[in-house]
Design a protein around this ligand. Structure first.
Ligand code: ARG
Length: 483
């Protein structure tokens, strides 16, 4: 049999068709050039299926052994780049099956017993995504560690905390970094939950209605590690749902979008902090680029791109969720369109997490084992900025409350004091005690403790507050969590 005839034969439906597909339609409907990256999952799923078919007596032990041998060779061919992917064979599944049959004959044709590409592809995407979620989990740990490391080194560095991008109250830079650790820890939780729902087996649903062969779906689930924490196999319970829904891909992309949104917010701050007007931080040169016209420039391209790529990932979420909305049960070819957005989401997120962990925390120097080249903090610039904008006004109000004033009255009193300070172009802490006492006679010398940035910081000693002791406690908790 010529190669051409073999390829034709492997198209299970070919006998029914009176004319071949045009090249344009072939190209339009084929997915092999993007879904080939599912090859390992596809082979893993096929081996589990074959093992179960043999255990159930549906194929012979010899067939199973041949399938394993053939798949071992295919694995080698694909891994080495020798495998010839063919557009004519439409997708990853048919390409691998055709090659298997070419290598081992009829046993290869028996592999598809009790299976359809519909349950096969749903299984492959789930298996692949499960592995990627695990890698993303590791990258999120790296990023959180990088942030924690920066936080731990800058607990006592003070910068202005903003609301409305107006100076509000002084905060510890460590505290500020920990806000992102919180966000990324929730992202990690979300991915863990998505993984649980992704890790369920569609195989055995066949085309849409199940199959007449006595399959043992739980056995396949166990072989593929699709089990819950208690080791109970997780099998999709409705064949129509199993082959058709891609909600796991959608919720993954939603979690990825949120994670990118967190990255994007951080990026926005890095860009602001790097600008000459702030001068709070520097990032290593390798994450910046120059300008082709302005020789003095060092642009924060990496954070800017991450902010931009967030739009792209959110776009994939919109694409996937819209892909699903009009589909009747069960499988429709629309679902082939799930792959490119999903793949690109994974690639973009992984690259971004990797680059941010390094940009923030630096690289490990192999000689010393120490991290080098992370962000550098200009503590003085941060503190100077916190001294502008009357960041301790709330502290003065709180001071008056402690002296017996109702908070609203204290608020009003301090507004007058700030007005006076503004007109004299001085900070509240620079107003003489006598002047302050004109606003309220209960003000005493100890007021200057609360009007200082450090006094303000230390006063916020509530759980989750910015007092250095609290920040250190939080760092310890997170470090323990990530250990
Ligand atoms: N390439 C297809 C996909 O990604 C595989 C399933 C095709 N099934 C079918 N009945 N045409 O969805």
């Amino acid at each position: 049999m010529s190669q051409n005839q073999l390829d034709k034969k492997s198209q299970a439906w070919s006998a029914l068709f009176s004319e071949p597909m045009s090249d344009l339609v072939k190209r339009y409907t084929a997915s092999v050039f993007f879904d080939k990256r599912l090859w390992q999952a596809d082979i893993m799923g096929s081996l589990a299926h074959a093992e179960m078919l043999a255990a159930q007596g549906i194929i012979s032990g010899q067939d199973r052994a041949d399938i394993e041998r053939g798949m071992a060779q295919i694995t080698q061919e694909i891994a080495s780049g020798a495998f010839e992917w063919k557009l004519d064979l439409e997708d990853v599944h048919l390409n691998i099956e055709a090659r298997l049959t070419q290598l081992i004959g009829d046993a290869g044709k028996r592999l598809h017993t009790g299976r359809s590409r519909n349950d096969q592809v749903a299984t492959d995407v789930r298996l692949w995504l499960r592995g990627e979620i695990d890698l993303i989990g590791e990258l999120l740990v790296e990023l959180q560690r990088a942030l924690l490391d920066v936080a731990a080194r800058h607990v006592d560095v003070i910068l202005p905390g903003f609301t409305h991008l107006q100076v509000a109250q002084p905060v510890s830079f460590g505290h500020h970094m920990l806000a992102y650790v919180e966000m990324f820890s929730r992202d990690a939780e979300r991915f863990t939950e998505v993984r649980r729902r992704t890790n369920r087996l569609p195989l055995g649903a066949a085309a849409l209605a199940g199959t007449s062969y006595p399959l043992d779906r739980k056995r396949v689930a166990r072989t593929l590690g699709m089990v819950d924490e208690a080791g109970i196999p997780c099998v999709c319970q409705n064949s129509l749902d199993a082959v058709s829904d891609r909600d796991f891909a959608i919720e993954f992309t939603a979690a990825a979008s949120l994670c990118m949104v967190h990255i994007s917010r951080l990026s926005e701050e890095l860009v602001l902090w790097m600008s000459q007007n702030f001068g709070f931080i520097k990032i290593a040169d390798r994450f910046t680029t120059g300008s082709s016209i302005m020789p003095q420039k060092k642009n924060p391209d990496v954070p800017e791109l991450a902010r931009g790529k967030t739009g792209r990932v959110v776009g994939h979420l919109m694409g996937l969720i819209t892909l699903m909305k009009g589909q009747p049960l069960a499988y429709n070819k629309d679902n082939q369109e799930d792959k490119e957005p999903l793949f690109d989401t994974v690639d973009t997120l992984k690259d971004t997490l990797r680059i941010f962990a390094e940009m923030i925390g630096g690289q490990t120097n192999p000689a010393t084992g120490a991290k080098e080249g992370g962000i550098t903090v200009n503590a003085q610039a941060m503190e100077q900025a916190a001294l502008k904008g009357y960041a301790t006004a709330t502290d003065l109000a709180d001071y008056l409350v402690k002296k017996g004033l109702p908070f609203r009255d204290a608020h009003e009193t301090v507004a007058h004091a700030v007005k006076a300070a503004v007109s004299h172009q001085v900070d509240l802490s620079e107003l003489p005690l006598k002047v302050l006492q004109e606003f309220n006679p209960k003000i005493e010398k100890d007021v200057f403790d609360v009007l200082s940035l450090r006094g303000s910081l230390h006063a916020r000693h509530v759980l989750g507050g910015t007092a250095p002791e609290q920040v250190r406690d939080q760092i310890a908790l997170h470090t323990h969590r990530l250990a």
